[in-house]
Structures are given as structure tokens and as C-alpha cells.
Design a protein around this ligand. Structure first.
Ligand code: HEM
Length: 460
């Protein structure tokens, strides 16, 4: 039986979308509903209720780990069909969550980024090689496709010493296409009308999930049997590191689930974040000039600089630009929390133990704490002073608490370095006067965003 939270939630509007369904852009639909009905609402679909919140005080309350915890909602239940008890989709009390978390945490500490830096740089150079060819021929580049090539190759090499070779392919690696279809299946399965026949869709999903598992087996097989004792990448840790508490390693089935999880979580959202950042730079020449000035201060007119690990930490304005892009379009837009015990959310909304709500980050990031023009792209919102003046939980692109994103530093290092290298090297031309169209496949991307490029000269 579906509990009916609305019945117990005085003052929370219930919006029934059964007549239209959520369509192919359910996140943007909830954004519209919130613009009409406010930052707390219950969305009803075929009698199933989901409460969505974006109110900054309520999200701050949901961050209280004593009273709330991560919830594996219906979308993540679908993702569990192919990622099972991998870190992202594990239940809080599944023993493999804490075990894998403890074993893998050191690989994501800030200091570990030093280890990944050379690989990130190598893949950034692959992208630049490809963009140089496009600049010479005058051809447009497809930004989200190329960002995906870059992030997939990076997580493959940095995490698993496995080369997807995405820049040698005219089309995205088939792993990406299967993964996108699996994510779409996870999303659209939520919108199904009861009683319809979906067996063809489900069979296609099974085939894609099997293919993902096969790629993962290749990744693991290319390493199995070799000595892992010195290997400190993710796969090396998974194959050989003993758990600090009980000395056991991860089992084979769980390693597969972790590899698939990291291949997906490790590239899809970062790729979207860089694509939105480039979109806003292309549309905001004054901001672009400031990012260029920051990169130029480090690398002058050296056409082929060798960015060091420490230099990336000094790219503070570039980092502000990324944060601002993640504010407007947090690419993993929603996460869910459940009440550990009966409680009052924000002191006013009764929730029973186990009851869940979904945080809608793109609308949290447009609440009044962000000022009176939240749609405006303005990296000044992320100066140290501005951040200190704002409630800490007003910005949540990486989730919250102990189940927050483990790969945050990885994503930020990779993305900051690449953005700075790109603006240092190219002039970006919005040749098609691109109009933003946000595609949803559980994550968000600016679909069909292309740029043309010319090399910068000393005069630019
Ligand atoms: C968890 C966002 C990059 C691996 C999460 C969550 C969010 C998120 C919102 C929490 C989900 C929830 O509460 O249900 C992002 C964004 C990224 C990014 C916006 C890029 C801009 C990465 C990267 C990796 C990664 C690069 C790996 C290299 C993970 C994993 C989890 C996670 C494994 C689950 C952690 C756990 O529950 O223990 N991410 N992520 N993410 N992310 Fe990321």
C-alpha cells in the first residue's frame, strides 16, 4: 500500500500529474510545479505520492544525520537493477556499503588527487588534440559528447588503468550508449501507466545491462592474476585492500557492482557540469575574460603549458564558475532522505519513520537565500566572503552527509583543470546561437550544444 503523506501534511499542496504524466523531463516538470506552488509539494502520479522540497530551511533540517538518512527511492531502486549494492545504490545498512566506503575513502582524499593529476592531464590533451583538428577544419564540436569522451577516458584510466579510447571513435563508446539507455529506462519506468505492456523495453534494458556487465568483466579481467599489491587505483584497492576492521577484501560480485558504479557515477555528472560551464562561458563574455585572465596569469602565452597539481588549486575563479554552473544545473539534480524516527520536518511537517522526501537541488539553488535574481549566472556568488555569508546547506550539488559524493574532489580537479586549459587555448564561438535545451537521463546535459573554435592569439 502507498502511504498517503498528503493526508498527514497540512499546508502542503498536492499536485496530481496523472493526466499528463512526467514526460521526458520530470526534473524540469517539478521545477515548474514549484514555481507555481512553492518549494514544498506532493506530486501524485497514478495514486503514488512523492514529496519534493527545495525550501532552504527544510533542506538544512534534512541534513541532520541523527534524524534523517539517505533513501533509495524508486529511481535508485531501478538503478539497483544494474548497479545492485555498489556504493551509490547500496542501502545504508547493507554491510557492503560501509566496507567499500572504508576501503575506497583513501583513494578519494584530497591528497590522492595528486596521483590522478597526470592521467587527467593526459586525457585533457586528447581532447585538445581533437579540438585542434576541429579548429583547423572549422568544424563545430559537440560539447557534451566530447566532455563525455574526456570524463569516461579519465575515470577508466585513473580508476582502473583501462583505456576506453573515446577520442579515436567517431561515435561515443558503446558503453556510453548502453549506460544512457539504462539510465533512461530507470527514469521512464517511473512514469509507466499501470497495466501497459513494457516487456520489449525491459528486454532491451536487460540486453544493455548485460553489455555493461560484460565491459566491466573485461576491465577486471585485464587486471586479474597480475600482482595488485602496489596498485593504488580503485581497482587495485578493491582487489587487494583488506578492510581496516575485519581484514577481509571485497567479494567478486561486489567488485563488479563497484566498477559499474564508478564507471557511471565517475563520468556522467562531471561531463554535464563541464558542458553547462562552457555553455555559460560562451554566453557570458565578461566572465569568460576573467577565467582567461586567471589561466593567462599562470601560463602566459605558452600555447602548450604543463599545468601542475598545485596550479589547479590556485584557479579559484575557474572553480567559482563551475560552482555557479552546478548551482543552476546540478547535474545529479535530486536526492532523497528518509526519516529515521517519527519527526517534524522543519518543526512543522509530520513525517513517520521510514517516510521519504526528495530534495530538488535546482530549485533549492534558486531560493531567496540566493538573492532576487537567482536565474542570473554570476560566479561572484562563490567568493569566499559570499559563501561564508550564506547558510551552508543552501548549496547541495553533491548530496549530503555520509552518503554525499565520494568523487567530489576528483570531479572538481578534473573539471577545473580542463576548463582553464580550454579557455587558455581557444576562443569559443556560439556559432549556432544555442538555445538551452536540458536533456534528462536521470542526470542533466545541455543537449545539442555545439561550439566552433579558433586558437587564441597574443592579442586576444
Ligand atoms: C554520490 C553528485 C562526480 C562517485 C553522489 C551524490 C550526488 C553526486 C548528488 C549523492 C546521491 C544521493 O544522495 O543519493 C555528483 C556530481 C558530480 C559527481 C554533481 C560531478 C560534478 C562523481 C565522481 C565520482 C562519483 C567523479 C567518482 C570518481 C560517487 C559515488 C557516490 C556518489 C560512488 C555514492 C557515495 C556513497 O553513497 O557512499 N554524487 N557526483 N561522483 N558519487 Fe558523485
Amino acid at each position: 500500500p502507498h502511504p498517503d503523506p498528503a493526508a498527514a501534511l497540512p499546508g502542503v499542496p498536492v499536485v496530481d500529474i496523472t493526466a499528463t504524466g512526467p514526460g521526458r523531463t520530470p526534473i524540469q516538470q517539478v521545477m515548474e510545479l514549484m514555481r507555481a506552488h512553492g518549494p514544498v509539494l506532493v506530486r501524485r502520479l497514478h495514486g503514488r505520492d512523492v514529496m519534493f522540497v527545495a525550501d532552504a530551511d527544510l533542506v538544512a533540517d534534512l541534513a541532520d544525520e541523527d534524524r534523517f538518512a539517505k533513501h533509495i527511492g524508486p529511481a535508485l531502486e531501478n538503478v539497483r537493477e544494474f548497479a545492485a549494492d555498489g556504493l551509490f545504490t547500496a542501502y545504508n545498512d547493507e554491510p557492503n556499503w560501509a566496507k567499500a566506503h572504508d576501503i575506497l575513502m583513501p583513494a578519494f582524499a584530497l591528497g590522492s588527487m595528486r596521483t590522478y593529476h597526470p592521467v587527467m592531464l593526459e586525457v585533457a590533451r586528447r581532447l585538445i588534440g581533437s579540438w585542434d583538428r576541429a579548429a583547423r577544419s572549422g568544424e563545430a564540436v559537440n560539447v557534451p559528447d566530447d566532455m563525455t569522451r574526456m570524463t569516461l577516458d579519465t575515470i577508466g584510466l585513473a580508476g582502473f588503468d583501462y583505456d576506453f579510447g573515446s577520442f579515436e571513435r567517431a561515435e561515443p563508446h558503446p558503453f556510453v550508449e548502453s549506460m544512457v539507455r539504462c539510465l533512461e529506462w530507470s527514469m521512464t519506468r517511473l512514469a509507466r501507466t499501470p497495466g501497459e505492456d513494457h516487456s520489449a523495453l525491459d528486454a532491451a534494458f536487460r540486453a544493455d545491462a548485460d553489455y555493461l556487465a560484460q565491459v566491466v568483466d573485461d576491465v577486471i579481467a585485464s587486471r586479474a592474476g597480475t600482482d595488485q599489491s602496489g596498485a593504488e587505483d580503485l581497482l587495485g584497492l578493491m582487489l587487494s585492500a583488506p578492510h581496516p576492521a575485519d581484514g577481509t577484501t571485497l567479494d567478486t560480485a561486489n567488485i563488479r557492482n563497484q566498477v559499474i558504479t564508478f564507471l557511471i557515477a565517475g563520468h556522467e555528472t562531471t561531463s554535464g557540469a563541464m558542458s553547462f560551464a562552457l555553455y555559460y562561458l560562451a554566453k557570458n563574455p565578461a566572465v569568460l575574460r576573467l577565467v582567461q585572465r586567471e589561466a593567462d596569469a599562470l601560463w602566459g602565452d605558452d600555447a602548450d603549458p604543463e599545468p601542475t597539481y598545485d596550479e589547479i588549486g590556485r584557479l579559484t575563479y575557474t572553480r567559482q564558475v563551475l560552482n555557479e554552473a552546478l548551482r543552476l544545473w546540478p547535474t545529479a539534480a535530486a536526492f532523497s532522505r528518509r526519516a529515521r524516527e517519527d519527526t517534524l520536518l522543519g518543526g512543522r511537517i509530520p513525517m513517520r519513520a521510514g517516510q521519504a522526501v526528495t530534495v530538488m537541488a535546482p530549485m533549492l539553488h534558486r531560493q531567496p537565500v540566493w538573492g532576487d535574481n537567482p536565474e542570473r549566472f554570476d560566479p561572484e556568488r562563490f567568493t569566499a566572503e559570499a559563501e561564508a555569508a550564506r547558510p551552508v546547506h543552501a548549496f547541495k550539488p553533491f548530496g549530503t552527509g555520509e552518503r554525499a559524493c565520494i568523487g567530489r574532489q576528483f570531479a572538481l580537479h578534473e573539471a577545473t583543470m580542463l576548463l582553464a586549459m580550454l579557455v587558455h587555448r581557444y576562443r569559443l564561438h556560439d556559432h549556432a546561437d544555442y538555445q538551452l535545451h536540458v536533456k534528462e537521463t536521470l542526470t542533466l546535459k545541455p543537449e545539442g550544444f555545439t561550439l566552433t573554435l579558433t586558437p587564441r592569439t597574443a592579442a586576444d
